[in-house]
Design a protein around this ligand. Structure first.
Ligand code: AMP
Length: 642
């Protein structure tokens, strides 16, 4: 398939802001794409060549791309750099340079989707001696065959800066539109404009005369329409028009729900598009959990207090909310896979967990979930400490000694080939107890308490906090397990942190959409007369619309810049922002010794001068409030159900 077809779609997407038009453009591309190529085309649409859960990256930075552009276009690197500084987008740079270079003979060979994906995936795989040259030649090869527009998108995809606004929801709707009949009902039915479609309308509907003339319209009773197969190849229908809201909404939801569920189970819209094209709704509905394939786990909602959480679910089960990493443990015969909540495969990093799993689970096939904690000198450490082990790809044995782990299991979602999603929480917990023979201190059950008594619940909560854990999970025991969902199943209860008022003391010039603005800012807390860094912030600031915008902040901060180095600037403390965050962490990177986890701008504080910003002492105090002394014994002891 020609890459140019994809480029036409990118251009169209770039020009349109309407969601429906975007969905239409992508749907038509998907319809034209042969099934074996759908996976690659969908990845490229999302600006990448690897699925979201893959840890592979193309791994080319601006510097190398500048070289590649110079090589491919014959312009000097200085030329490329000068243009890059002006526009902030190397994609635009190569587009301009190749368009200007008229003498270039048009390549006789056309670039294909296959070739683009092959080369970019190969770039990621290159290692060892001569790697840089090899990467360079793989990219240059693509660029020298490309038309200016193609080159622009290849550069952006390679650098990970392609932003054409293809959100996941848009792809989901485009898959529905491409392979299933659309359904329209109620007032929208009267406004349908279509041409050349196969339409089924409900009996007795007053349809526009032009609609009848321009399309092939047949009518059917509602009962028959309710049983229609909406998959285009089976139902031979592009559009269904009904009177009744309930029927219309039900038909439409059957398709979107199936695609969404398939996404939670497979997390790869390319594969889902292929299944939809080849096997329709039945194909999508037959997607189940499979050991070795990561799925989106069930998430939790935040409860304002323990009392509120207990009131929400009359038969709640309480569990410690451990501060570690969610682990989905898959076992099939002798094989074990470990996936994080972000669907990364971390099996290689935790060989001991795989060994415990084989020892503790006798069943041939099972998928269980738990929270993994990292320890230092017998004490459980916060998540960020464990994350060092998650990231480490070498010297596994050494780091396993330095950071021993423990897994606290809390759920089972599949047993011997059967998904347990529909089984209520209560029964899944009971089944987990039967399937796993715990190894105390290593692979054990989460601390679990079934009570309606407020005092007992409060004592359990205090115990979890005293053991340096985050708080409690309050679980609806009657609820099923819905992959990827957040509302109605589990409530988390944890102490909330007070916001901090911090001064902005530095910034980094943005790229891509944030070109011309500070894309992220350095936060500072007061320490006597000076300010100390306590992290970077880019969240909570809007590109446009209501709230604090990048433009507004940049205008406020630009006159305060005192020094500039590369894309980084130092800013005289003057502007104060209120910052929300999840947690304060120790950090060697910032001069205060602390960093905020998930910081977000809540609002500007024009009423406060820098001298009224929060000081290091307050950050320290909040940190120690949150880091209650751990009781290692508390973590290692067994829960009441063990
Ligand atoms: P949050 O990330 O704050 O939305 O909280 C949800 C996360 O809490 C889950 O993804 C798990 O990683 C973690 N967690 C810790 N203990 C438990 C537990 N007992 N049950 C469920 N999730 C837990």
């Amino acid at each position: 398939m020609e890459y140019a077809r994809l480029v036409d779609t990118y251009e169209l997407l770039g020009r349109t802001s309407g969601r429906l038009k975007k969905v239409g453009a992508i749907a038509s591309l998907l319809e034209d794409t042969p099934a074996p190529l759908l996976q690659r085309v969908v990845l490229l649409l999302q600006g990448t060549v690897f699925p979201a859960w893959s840890d592979r990256e193309i791994g080319i930075a601006n510097q190398l791309m500048i070289k590649a552009i110079a090589l491919a276009t014959g312009f000097s690197e200085q030329d490329v750099v000068a243009r890059f500084t002006a526009s902030g987008d190397l994609g635009k740079v190569i587009d301009d340079l190749t368009s200007r270079k008229r003498q270039r003979t048009l390549a006789s060979r056309r670039l294909t989707v296959e070739k683009v994906v092959e080369n970019l995936q190969a770039v990621a795989a290159v290692e060892g001696k001569g790697a840089v040259d090899r990467k360079l030649s793989l990219v240059t090869e693509l660029l020298s065959f490309a038309t200016p527009a193609e080159a622009k998108y290849i550069v952006r995809t390679t650098l990970g800066t392609l932003r054409v606004g293809v959100a996941e929801g848009v792809i989901r709707d485009a898959i529905a539109r491409a392979f299933f009949a659309d359904v329209v009902w109620g007032p929208r039915a009267a406004a349908v404009e279509a041409e050349g479609l196969r339409i089924i309308a409900e009996d007795g509907m007053a349809l526009d005369r032009r609609l009848r003339e321009r399309n092939r319209v047949v009518t059917r009773p509602a009962g028959e329409i309710g049983k229609l197969d909406l998959w285009k190849p089976a139902g031979k229908t592009d559009l269904v028009i009904v009177k009744d809201d309930t029927l219309g909404a039900r038909l439409k939801a059957a398709v979107t729900d199936a695609i969404e569920m398939a996404w939670y189970l497979r997390s790869d819209y390319g594969e889902i598009a292929r299944i939809a094209k080849e096997r329709g709704l039945r194909g999508l509905e037959s997607i189940g959990l499979e050991p070795g394939k990561p799925y989106h786990v069930l998430l939790s909602e935040k409860a304002p207090s323990l009392e509120a959480a207990l009131a929400a679910y009359p038969n709640a089960a309480l569990e410690w909310k451990y501060d570690g990493a969610r682990l989905s443990i898959h076992k099939q015969g002798d094989r074990v896979w470990l996936f994080t909540r972000r669907l990364e495969d971390v099996t290689a990093q935790f060989p001991e967990v795989a060994a415990w799993t084989k020892q503790a689970i006798a069943a041939k096939e099972a998928i269980v979930e738990g929270e993994m904690l990292g320890f230092r000198q017998g004490k459980p450490m916060p998540f960020q400490f464990l994350s060092q082990r998650i990231k480490r790809k070498y010297d596994i044995e050494q780091i396993a000694k330095e950071i021993p782990v423990q897994v606290n299991l809390f759920d089972i979602v599949s047993l011997d080939g059967a998904s347990l999603f529909r089984m209520p929480q209560r029964e899944r917990w009971a089944l987990l107890q039967r399937v796993v023979k715990p190894i105390p201190g290593k692979l054990q059950f989460a601390r679990h308490l079934e009570t309606t008594d407020a005092q007992q619940a409060a004592a359990f909560y205090r115990e979890a906090l005293a053991a340096a854990q985050e708080g409690l999970m309050v679980k609806n025991q009657d609820a099923a397990y819905q992959p990827g969902r957040r509302v109605g199943y589990w409530l988390k209860v944890k102490p909330t942190m007070e916001n901090l008022d911090l001064a902005i003391i530095g910034g980094v010039w943005g790229t891509g959409k944030r070109t011309g603005w500070f894309g992220s800012l350095v936060l500072g807390c007061r320490d006597g007369e000076t300010f100390r860094e306590c992290g970077m912030i880019g969240t909570g600031i809007k590109e446009k619309g209501k709230g604090v915008t990048f433009e507004e902040l940049t205008a406020l901060l630009k006159p305060l810049v005192t020094a500039e180095r590369g894309n980084q600037v130092t800013i005289r403390p003057h502007v104060v922002v209120e910052v929300g965050y999840e947690e304060i962490q120790r950090s060697p990177t910032y001069s205060s010794g602390f960093a905020l986890r998930f910081p977000r701008v809540v609002r500007l504080r024009p009423d406060k001068g820098p001298q009224e910003a929060d000081d290091l002492e307050r950050v320290r105090r909040l940190y120690s409030l949150q880091a209650r002394q751990a009781s290692p014994a508390g973590i290692a002891t067994k829960g009441p159900h063990v």
